[in-house]
Every structure is written in structure tokens, then in C-alpha cells.
Design a protein around this ligand. Structure first.
Ligand SMILES: Cc1ncc(COP(=O)(O)O)c(C=O)c1O
Length: 411
């Protein structure tokens, strides 16, 4: 049985009049958000939220990764509110910017400096320009199907683009080092950077972890060819290792970009880099009217402190393992071939052989009727607010949903 979405649907009808498409981007109903999920959310706390129709959900998307410690985290909110009372945007940055840059530069082992913006896209795009400025080379290599933001060089849409937007972007399939090396031969001395996520987390497909030698080989080819290695840690940052995902996979990038979990729901992004890129970074114009937001910076400072104090990356990996194993056990009991790919703190669920995704969609739809916010074609996120009791409840409800799915398929 699906939950009541009357108010959500009415708001969406109003939105259609005044907002193109009503809701856009990755949460647009037309683009990907399943229609059984609520379109508007009223409030959230911990790992739960209430939609505008008064339904309570156990959440497994965490604001698509922006929430690491749980929604409305009391300590983070209190710290941010202290700054809010002093002000947020001024003519000049506030002292918290220096503190946050020091904190990140200390935390990220290879980093000698940090800059800030609002979104991941702001700084993935800036980072490739810094690499171009330093190397004075035009080409950028990325993995096929990887998402790095909304800008024309990498966005997954087609609208408003011209061929030149991508004419200097080269792609290779994730983990295919032979293809990467062939590209480097064909474009010798023309490649400025390789930009990669820590592992491959494309939407609509299971996540792919790096092979054992992937990162060391990428690191080597970058060093050998004078190419800047950019780690896009926007989605994963904070969820594998407290000091950045490169520590988890044991390699060293030249630049790394963070956002999502950094501010635990307050909009902020950061790029950290090695000293030799400091001059190039000063040459690439970087600014935004609200980028010096002292409230978001305060939230990020507190969030980093909590991550460190409570070893949050390890904690959510352990909770995610408990959850994934529980989900696989109930799937086995129900004779469903569930596969939870990717790291435990960000599992991507799929049923083997379900190429059309119809089966996982149906499962998520039935689960939604029980108040589980499961996304059928995007990786899920575990936050540190998910308790074992929350996970047990979710597994129990998911078990009921699987039983119903099997009954439906056999009827
Ligand atoms: C890996 C990765 N890079 C960059 C971005 C873009 O970040 P933002 O949406 O904050 O611009 C995202 C967003 O989902 C992402 O997952």
C-alpha cells in the first residue's frame, strides 16, 4: 500500500506553474525520482524525516550524501547558530574561514592549502582549470559515466551544449588501465589532469571498486607524464576515511575536492592541494558572492571535529556492513538475488539479472509503502545517526516488502 502524497502532489502542481519542470535535477520526478517517493519534505531529524503529508520515513539517502551525522544535528546546528547571530555574509571573510582551512589542511595529509565554494561543481570545474594553468595543457581525462557536476564539460544532460564544451575531455572505462595508457600515448604531452572519484559510483548501475593496482598505476602514469591527479571526493569524502578517501585506497592525489558531507547539510565545498599548485591556484579566478558564508563554514568546522572525535567513517562502515549483511540475508531467505555493491557506508543495491531495473523499482515501491526511503537506481547512504535498532527495523520492514514482492511476482 502506498502512503498518502496529496499535499506533495498539490505542491508539485503549483510548482509546475512557477518552476520549470516543478522540481529539476536528480530529484525531478521525470528524470529519476520514483513517483512513490514524496516530492516535498517538511522536517528531518537523525535518520528520519517527515514529508509534507505527515508520513514518517526512515531515510537511506541522507540528502543524497549531504548528511553524515544525521539531520538537524544538535551540536552542529548550535555551533552554526552562534555564528548566524553574528552574521553570515560580510564584505570580507570571517575568522572561521582560516580555522576551517587549517583544520582541513591538517586533516588531509597531502594538502598544503584549501579554498572554499558552495557546490561540488564549483570546485571540480575550478580544479581542472588549475591543472590546465599549471601544465599549460588542454586535455582532461575522466572515467566514462562518472558524474563531476553540472558544468558543460561533464554534465549528464545534452541541453545548451556546444561541441567545444567536450572537445578537450577524454574518457576511459573505469579500471581499464590499458585504455587509459592508449589515450596518454595518443595525446602525449597534451593531458593536464586525470579527474576520478575514489571508486566508480555511476547511477543506474552497480558500483565498481578499483582493482588492486588501479590507483597505484594511475598515480604512476600521472607522475611519469606530468599530469595532475584530481580526486573528486565530493560524494564519498568522509564516508570511507576521516582523512579523505585516498587514505582508504592508499594513494596520493595532487588536488582533492569535497562537498556533500563536509557541512552536514550546510552548503559548502572545498578543494585542497599540494604546494606546487599554489601559484596556479592563484591564477584561476575563484569567487562567489555567498562563498564566504561563515555559518556553513562553522557547521563544517564542527562536523569535521565530530567526524574525528567519533571516528565516524569507521562507524558508518561498520553500520553499513551490518545493514548490507542483514539485507542480503533476508533476500536469500526470500530467494531474491540481491547484490549490495560498493562500500558498506554507501551501498548500491540491485537484483542480479534485473537489467531493466523493474524488479528493484518494484521492491523500493513496496518498501516506500512501509516508510522506507530506498532509491532504486542510486547508491544509498548510511549516516552515523542510523542506530542498530533503526537498521534492524529497516531490515524487518524490507523483509516484509520482499515477501510481498515475491507474492506479487508469483500471483
Ligand atoms: C562525485 C561528484 N562530484 C561532483 C558532484 C557535484 O556536486 P554538487 O551537486 O554539489 O555541485 C557530485 C554531486 O552529486 C558528485 O557526486
Amino acid at each position: 500500500m502506498s502512503l498518502n502524497h496529496d499535499k506533495s502532489d498539490k505542491l508539485f502542481s503549483r510548482a509546475l506553474n512557477v518552476i520549470p519542470g516543478g522540481i529539476y535535477g536528480h530529484v525531478a520526478p521525470v528524470a529519476g525520482l520514483p513517483t512513490h517517493l514524496p516530492k516535498y519534505i517538511q522536517n528531518a531529524s537523525g535518520c528520519r524525516f517527515n514529508d509534507v503529508d505527515g508520513n514518517e520515513w526512515i531515510d537511506f539517502m541522507c540528502g543524497f550524501g549531504a548528511i553524515l551525522h544525521g539531520y538537524s544535528h544538535p551540536e552542529i546546528d548550535a555551533f552554526a547558530n552562534e555564528q548566524r547571530l553574528k552574521g553570515s555574509i560580510f564584505n570580507q571573510p570571517s575568522p572561521v574561514m582560516v580555522e576551517l582551512a587549517e583544520s582541513l589542511t591538517n586533516k588531509i595529509d597531502f594538502a598544503d592549502w584549501t579554498v572554499f565554494a558552495k557546490n561540488g561543481s564549483d570546485l571540480t570545474t575550478w580544479a581542472i582549470r588549475v591543472a590546465r594553468e599549471h601544465t599549460q595543457r588542454p586535455y582532461v581525462i575522466k572515467a566514462k559515466g562518472s558524474y563531476h557536476g553540472v558544468d558543460a564539460w561533464c554534465d549528464p544532460g545534452f541541453g545548451g551544449r556546444v561541441d567545444e564544451d567536450r572537445s578537450k575531455i577524454l574518457e576511459f572505462p573505469w579500471n581499464d588501465l590499458e585504455c587509459l595508457k592508449t589515450l596518454l600515448k595518443s595525446y602525449a604531452n597534451q593531458v593536464s589532469s586525470i579527474i576520478l572519484t575514489p571508486y566508480h559510483h555511476a547511477a543506474f548501475a552497480p558500483s565498481i571498486m578499483p582493482t588492486e593496482t588501479f590507483w597505484s598505476e594511475v598515480e604512476q602514469v600521472c607522475q611519469k607524464n606530468g599530469i595532475i591527479l584530481i580526486l573528486d571526493d565530493v560524494r564519498v569524502g568522509g564516508r570511507l576515511h576521516d582523512g579523505g578517501s585516498h587514505r582508504y585506497f592508499n594513494f596520493t592525489p595532487d588536488l582533492s575536492v569535497y562537498s556533500k558531507a563536509l557541512g552536514n547539510g550546510y552548503a559548502i565545498s572545498a578543494c585542497t592541494g599540494k604546494d606546487f599548485l599554489r601559484n596556479a591556484s592563484k591564477e584561476v579566478f575563484l569567487t562567489g558572492s555567498c562563498w564566504n558564508d561563515a555559518v556553513a563554514m562553522s557547521a563544517a568546522l564542527k562536523s569535521l571535529e565530530i567526524s574525528h572525535e567519533f571516528n565516524v567513517a569507521e562507524s558508518i562502515l561498520a553500520k553499513g556492513k551490518y545493514f548490507s549483511q542483514g539485507m542480503c540475508a533476508i533476500a536469500k531467505k526470500n530467494n531474491l538475488p540481491l547484490n549490495m555493491s560498493g562500500p558498506f557506508s554507501m551501498p548500491y543495491p540491485c537484483f542480479e539479472g534485473d537489467e531493466s531495473l523493474f524488479r528493484i523499482q518494484k521492491f523500493c515501491e513496496i518498501a516506500a509503502g512501509k516508510g522506507l526511503y530506498f532509491h532504486p537506481h542510486h547508491n544509498w547512504f548510511i549516516s552515523n545517526a542510523h542506530s542498530i535498532a533503526d537498521l534492524d527495523l529497516a531490515i524487518d520492514l524490507a523483509d516484509q516488502a520482499m515477501c510481498e514482492l515475491v507474492d506479487l511476482e508469483n500471483s
